[in-house]
Design a protein around this ligand. Structure first.
Ligand code: FE2
Length: 438
């Protein structure tokens, strides 16, 4: 007797007519229906040939700012710099309770969208470490249904940040605050080298932060070269220190938008260095397409990193959401299919392999970057999955498919009715077939 069987599913690799049987919190069998037809379970879900996928994973988010849109005022220009200024205005007014409340509300949206693992950066440029304590509390509260991995993110720069000399309670340096956040249980070391005062300070910040991560046995995920400056090359330094310190497979560079504008010859040297160092790349298509290229007239640069080229070199590339309804981005709803859709369109990845890779960039690839244990749709994996109203991954992206059921550790934790629409047209069908099977 199993606890749950999902019947007649299509898997992302194209297998059809598959039953997935769950006992406790683990998947015990993934077999053609004929093999498990006689098996009984406490609950059965009929997938009716729809796509059963491992849950979505967001490799890059800012949960301390999410859903704060309009506080204390709206971003009038829509630019990154006004967004950073707005966040600075908001910070003194933040309370731990309000951050927790907004973050939990976002996690509700995420769960309903089948998004069950998020890596969130958390601002450590605050002597109170208010957001750190808030998100540690959120991580504890959502643990039964969502894996929240936290990155210590020195938003104001580890060398640029200035402690307040007039107040002894605010005298810690940015590095001391970041280390204190790690002491409290934040998982990953972050950084923002392109925001430091000089290129030299940016390079030095990468060295200092990578050494902290190596000493503590932690992963690294830096905001890196999030600009249109073709000379912003901190990813080169990040790859260098990842290799020097033996951090291969544990380091990610987020954004990497300057790579869009770099000299092609230099990139031909850089990408193999990134691959050699085992550094992953995390692009954030929704934000990058709106925030980059703001100083351009026409033609305007797209401002997303070189996703297909990085993938071709074997670099793991994930697509992150980055922001939802905050000082930097007024849009978004926790839908990683929207992220994948924007990613593949901005990168012109409309070939079959490219569209498939875009689905992987919001599921299996970020799971690998985060180091999620037991992720996947195989016997022995954790029973986390999402049933989508689509026949295959590309269709799921095209339709932003409804999440018919979301399963966490063998339990159905969210359900949604199939999307449909009624038509009132003479001589036409009564409902619309968005799947269009012909
Ligand atoms: Fe970010």
């Amino acid at each position: 007797m199993f606890d749950l069987i999902v019947r007649n599913a299509t898997l992302p690799d194209g297998r059809t007519g598959i039953d997935v049987a769950v006992r406790g919190e683990r998947i015990e069998a993934v077999e053609p229906h004929a093999v498990l037809a006689g098996a009984a379970a406490g609950r059965e879900l009929d997938a009716a040939g729809m796509l059963l996928a491992p849950p979505f994973v967001d490799a890059h988010f800012h949960m301390d700012a999410t859903l704060s849109l309009g506080l204390p005022r709206l971003n009038q220009s829509g630019t990154l710099l006004e967004g950073i200024a707005l966040w600075g205005e908001l910070k003194p007014h933040l309370t731990q309770e309000a951050i927790v409340e907004r973050a939990l509300a976002y996690c509700d949206m995420a769960v309903a969208r089948g998004l069950l693992a998020i890596r969130s950066h958390v601002d450590t440029s605050d002597p109170r470490l208010l957001a750190v304590d808030a998100l540690l509390e959120v991580r504890r509260r959502v643990a039964p249904y969502l894996d929240l991995q936290l990155v210590a993110f020195p938003q104001d720069g580890v060398l640029r940040y200035e402690p307040r000399r007039d107040d002894p309670s605010c005298s810690l340096s940015a590095l001391q605050l970041l280390e204190r956040a790690l002491d409290r249980g934040v998982d990953v070391v972050g950084g923002i080298p392109h925001f430091e005062r000089t290129m030299e300070d940016g390079r030095e910040s990468v060295r200092l932060l990578c050494e902290i991560a190596a000493a503590r046995g932690l992963r690294v995920d830096m905001h890196c070269d999030e600009s249109d400056d073709p000379m912003s090359r901190h990813i080169e330094t990040l790859a260098y220190h990842a290799r020097r310190l033996g951090l291969q497979g544990r380091v990610a560079g987020s954004h990497l938008t300057s790579m869009h504008s770099m000299d092609n010859y230099y990139v031909s040297k850089l990408i193999p260095l990134i691959a050699e160092a085992g550094v992953a790349a995390i692009a954030n298509p929704l934000i990058n397409i709106t925030l980059q290229g703001r100083h351009d007239t026409y033609p305007k640069r797209r401002g997303m990193t070189r996703v297909p080229e990085l993938m071709a070199a074997g670099v793991p590339v994930a697509f992150g959401h980055d922001c939802v309804m905050d000082p930097w981005y007024p849009m978004g709803s926790g839908d990683m299919l929207e992220v994948a859709s924007m990613g593949l369109q901005v990168a012109q990845m409309t070939g079959q392999a490219g569209m498939r890779a875009a689905f992987d960039a919001v599921t299996t690839t970020p799971a690998r970057i985060l180091g999620l244990e037991g992720y996947g749709l195989e016997a022995g994996c954790r029973a986390d999955m999402v049933l989508l109203q689509a026949g295959h991954p590309v269709e799921a992206i095209r339709l932003r498919a409804a999440r018919l059921a979301v399963v966490r550790r063998g339990r159905v934790i969210a359900e949604q009715r199939p999307a449909t629409a009624t038509l009132h047209l003479e001589g036409r069908p009564g409902t619309v077939d968005f799947l269009h099977r012909g």
